[in-house]
Design a protein around this ligand. Structure first.
Ligand code: ZN
Length: 579
């Protein structure tokens, strides 16, 4: 979690502004209240006082306000009594009138109208923040600052019109479903006993949720590893940390004669008792009765386990090969197609050489471990059987985007980022993926590695489009050593790739440029986040603690940061801000 972010800004106040300070902040607020009775007292007077003095100006404004209030009241009364038909006719006439007016206006008139509208909106927005100006320098302990409307974060107050995801008010409209372009099938309900275990209605729930990663490891069909050693996680470690490249590997369907069964092989022992015993031996600390009930659930519900078992039983030969297709395409006319591929069904083929590069090919017996491509549709379901008990589809490169508001597919693909952003949102019902605690952390890290791998692949394949040969360091290298062959095959990461050296360099340059143009910063602020805040506690469900929901921490931190920056820049609590 990036809890520390640094922001610099500059503020300054001239003496003239100092003089005007008495008109700012709460005092303006009070003055506005004071004018109200004045307006009320003037209601009966048909005043013609020329607006030649301050009092005259106030009086003229009061008369204007009164006239507008009367007009508003008359409109409200007439609308309250109109029928549906009259209302529709009025709206239609208004729309026609507006259309004609806008259609007839000249280019200049249109530009002026839009400009005025922008100014009006800007003034309106600025007036909302006026009462916070210089407030940090005149702190009043009697004021309830945390409950100021501009500071409060309303809990999941906005709902996406396309997918129904609940979001915080300042979250981007495309965060959940890329503005309606991503539409995925809903995940089905969890089968029993997993559902009760997850919701805390099972006597062993607490133990299960505390050791959820161990329980998942007992059932995973592939192994999880990284190219560099896993980071030390002894002691209290609320986060899941890895370094290097993530890989999932799959072994053969059956173990070699002199070896013990592992991962997927355990499912085919053929004896429930032996299976559970083997799982408990491999992952110590788990409860055998719980393992048995979960194992039964997976045998009854998981498509992969069922299809693999069927394939092994029907093909007792030793040279059996099972192919799990990377993308779920309908396979027509193949004589040895095992099942009719449908949604959430496993496309398994028992065949010779009919497979593509990304397909998973499982042999019956061998000691070879095969890498699973991270864009394989079964990547998630094989590694996280307790998160996806029926074996739901994960991300693959061939998911089409849809036209917003319809289900018509368009010729653009959904990215890994959009896919998982969609999956992690809370919609009308609870999202069970968010309840998996430590396992959720592993899943998020694993899927983020997938997102980054996709981005890196794009960069590697689009070096020409990114014009990397124009980059100065490469140019320098070629100038100093004229033989380009000596430079190997370089893949240059552009500065848009977060965390790469070029990206860091860009930020350092920006910071220096700010100082050059605006002078030294007046304040240096470190913004940290308290995960015990009320926004966190309001959104935690099913007995979760704050360390179980890093996704929520990240989202609320972002909301708080936006509010904080608004208070500094729009509210000008330390005075006007230069940058
Ligand atoms: Zn949405």
């Amino acid at each position: 979690m990036a809890s520390d972010r640094l922001f610099t800004f500059r503020y300054g106040r001239s003496t003239e502004e100092e003089d005007q300070r008495s008109h700012s902040g709460r005092r303006i607020f009070l003055a506005t209240n004071l004018t109200t009775p004045l307006v009320a007292n003037q209601t009966d007077e048909n005043s013609q006082t020329p607006p030649c003095s301050v009092a005259g100006l106030v009086l003229a404004a009061a008369v204007k306000n009164q006239r507008q209030a009367t007009y508003r009241l008359r409109t409200l009364n007439s609308r309250a009594t109109e029928s549906n038909e009259q209302r529709e006719r009025r709206i239609h006439c208004n729309a026609l009138g507006n259309q004609t007016r806008i259609g007839a206006e000249t280019f200049d008139a249109r530009r002026n109208r839009l400009q005025l509208e922008r100014v009006r909106q800007g003034t309106f927005r600025a007036s909302n923040w006026l009462y916070l100006k210089d407030e940090a320098l005149h702190y009043d302990p009697n004021l309830d600052y945390p409950n100021f409307p501009q500071i409060v974060i309303r809990s999941k107050s906005s709902k996406c019109t396309f997918c129904g995801a609940l979001k915080f008010e300042a979250e981007a409209s495309g965060l959940c479903c890329s503005n309606g372009k991503v539409s995925l099938p809903e995940l089905p309900q969890l089968p029993e006993p997993l559902k009760s275990l997850m919701e805390g209605n099972h006597p062993k729930s607490k133990e299960f949720l505390t050791m959820i990663r161990k329980y998942n490891s007992s059932f995973q069909m592939t192994s999880f590893g990284t190219s560099l050693p896993m980071l030390d996680s002894t002691g209290f470690m609320p986060t899941f940390r890895i370094q290097g490249q993530v890989y999932h590997k799959a072994g053969s369907l059956m173990s070699l004669p002199n070896e013990e069964e592992k991962f997927l092989q355990i499912y085919f022992l053929g004896n429930e008792e032996a299976e559970a015993k083997r799982r408990c031996t491999l992952i110590p600390g788990t409860t055998k009765s719980l393992i048995e009930s979960l194992q039964k659930m997976l045998h009854e519900n998981n498509h992969y386990v069922q299809k693999f078992k069927m394939a092994i039983e029907d093909n007792p030969t030793e040279d059996l090969q099972i192919v799990i297709k990377a993308d779920r395409k309908p396979i027509e006319g193949h004589e040895r197609v095992f099942n009719t591929p449908a949604l959430n069904e496993v496309a398994i083929i028992i065949a010779g050489n009919d497979f593509e590069k990304r397909d998973i090919v499982l042999t019956k017996r061998s000691n070879e471990l095969k890498n699973i491509c991270e864009t394989h549709i079964s990547y998630d379901a094989l590694q996280y059987p307790l998160m996806f008990p029926p074996g739901e589809d994960g991300y693959t490169i061939n998911i089409n985007q849809v036209e917003p508001g319809t289900s018509n597919q368009i010729n653009k693909m959904v990215s890994a980022m959009s896919f998982y952003a969609y999956r992690l949102m809370v919609r009308s019902t609870e999202n069970h993926l968010l309840n998996y605690r430590q396992l959720l952390h592993q899943y998020l890290v694993d899927m983020y590695a997938k997102i980054e791998a996709e981005r890196l692949l794009f960069i590697r394949l689009n070096q020409k489009k990114l014009r990397v040969d124009e980059y100065i360091h490469l140019k320098d290298a070629i100038t100093n050593d004229s033989d380009p062959a000596n430079h190997g095959k370089l893949v240059i990461l552009p500065s848009t790739f977060t965390g790469c050296p070029r990206n860091m360099h860009k930020y350092a340059q920006d910071a220096i440029t700010y100082v050059r143009h605006g002078g030294k910063p007046s304040l240096f602020i470190t913004y940290t986040f308290n995960p015990n805040c009320k926004e966190m506690t309001q959104n935690l469900t099913n007995g979760q603690s704050k360390t179980d929901r890093h996704d929520l921490v990240a989202r609320i931190f972002r909301q708080k940061l936006i509010k904080f920056m608004n208070v500094l820049v729009k509210g000008q609590v330390f005075g006007s801000v230069k940058y």
